[in-house]
Design a protein. Structure first.
Length: 409
């Protein structure tokens, strides 16, 4: 972790580690949490001990590791009820499908599941499992049940799995878990506000197998959706094709092309207080979409393109327009291009980021923004996208309240 700056440090974190190859990432998680001056106590399930030894976590956390529900020595020192009362946060990472199932149904047959039942602090889980196990309806039902009971879920991410399969189920990266866990408590600055956020890339088909797209992963837009929900907003997320799980309470509308995104945005924008265009929308689409796969025939090829609607400019031109925030992704002359888009698209604010060079921008967990509005600007320094999203939303709430004081909820 580079320069993570959290408002809240010195937390007492009870970290439950379940069996899974992702347990090795939890060792790094302990290190990051301690760097934030958190006290960490680790509980390992029996399966977790097949992957790492308690000694590893003892060395990293500086505390004895708890493994047994009934342990005469540990009961004296810190029994399960004591442990549960000690914690400010119970974090289970990796959380296996088995432990999630036990939590969802109130089973308490080992130390970790018993601690969950005994805990009265906030509980977070970072699931990790094979992609088929993740998609199994019973796992999803268990998670939905846990969410209803107030358990907060981080990830999982998608990608190559230890078993060689591809898909959802990789535990989120330790830095991302740390970022979400220790994010400053979000003030309800958007309580009662209706927000629409566009996220991810669009895909413009050429034929049934090919499309034109870009490198957006959706991480920035999804982080904004999560932070807006934490700030009290009612969120509609219009998402291009990404490999991320949307916040459970967001209204998610999935699209592929810029035209579909345009229709989804315009179809749901009525009554929105704020529109944030974080999506990387293709400016052009192929004029013609071939019904069959295009064959390799000539040495050179040409693709005729036509312009897509500028979604954000249309939103900003609506008679009853919301507060409109654009993003500008630039490889050069960031300020000039961004402020040009602010003016030409008639936006209320624009968040500009460098792309295609160094840290931040596309597909990174971190980013930095230069934010401009008519008559003002602010730099938001490089940090993880969750923190950055919360900072940008605070700025939006301030500007919105200045602009429409009468409409403060
Ligand atoms: O998704 P990540 O991997 O996390 O990366 C985040 C990001 C770099 C994609 C994000 O931070 C970002 O910059 N998003 C906007 C990217 C972009 O398309 O910028 P632009 O300068 O081309 O467009 C300017 C604004 O107009 C944007 O708000 C865009 O959503 C909007 N637009 C553009 C074209 C179009 N046809 N319709 C639009 O609404």
């Amino acid at each position: 972790m580079h320069n993570l700056r959290y408002a809240i440090i010195n937390k007492r974190i009870l970290l439950g580690v379940c069996g899974g190859i992702a347990a090795y990432k939890s060792a790094e998680l302990v290190r990051l949490l301690r760097k934030q001056h958190c006290q960490v106590r680790v509980i390992m399930t029996r399966a977790a001990q097949q992957f790492l030894t308690p000694l590893t976590f003892q060395a990293l956390s500086g505390n004895p590791v708890h493994t047994e529900l009934f342990d005469a020595e540990q009961e004296q020192a810190m029994g399960h009820i004591h442990l549960a009362r000690w914690a400010d946060i119970l974090l289970i990472a990796p959380a296996s499908a088995n432990t999630l199932a036990k939590m969802a149904h109130g089973l308490a047959d080992d130390l970790l599941s018993t601690l969950y039942l005994a805990a009265d602090c906030p509980v977070w889980v970072a699931p990790a499992m094979n992609q088929a196990m993740w998609h199994k309806p019973v796992t999803q039902d268990n998670l939905a049940r846990l969410r209803r009971h107030g358990v907060r879920v981080i990830g999982p991410a998608t990608g190559e799995q230890a078993c060689g399969e591809q898909g959802f189920g990789r535990m989120s990266e330790p830095e991302q878990i740390c970022g979400q866990l220790l994010a400053p408590p979000t003030q309800p600055v958007l309580q009662g506000r209706k927000l629409m956020i566009s996220a991810g890339p669009t895909r413009e088909p050429l034929d049934p197998v090919r499309f034109i797209s870009n490198r957006s992963s959706g991480k920035m837009g999804y982080a904004l959706a999560e932070a807006a929900i934490r700030a009290g907003a009612d969120v509609t997320l219009i998402s291009g094709p990404v490999n991320l799980s949307a916040p459970a309470t967001a209204k998610l509308i999935k699209v592929e092309t810029a035209l579909q995104m345009y229709e989804a945005v315009i179809g749901h924008i009525a009554d929105c207080d704020i529109y944030i265009g974080a999506a990387a929308v293709a400016d052009y689409r192929p004029t013609q979409v071939e019904a069959r796969k295009i064959k390799k025939q000539h040495e050179h090829g040409m693709i005729a393109l036509e312009k897509n609607p500028d979604i954000i400019a249309v939103v900003a031109g609506l008679p009853d327009k919301p507060f409109v925030v654009g993003f500008a992704a630039e490889t050069d002359d960031l300020e000039n291009y961004a402020t040009g888009k602010l003016r030409n698209k008639n936006l209320d604010m624009i968040a500009a980021n460098w792309v295609g060079q160094g840290e931040g921008g596309f597909d990174s967990d971190r980013n930095a923004l230069q934010v401009y509005w008519p008559g003002g600007k602010k730099n938001l320094a490089m940090t993880d996208k969750q923190q950055l999203a919360a900072q940008l939303l605070n700025l939006i709430a301030e500007r919105l309240n200045e602009k429409n004081p009468a409409q403060n909820p």
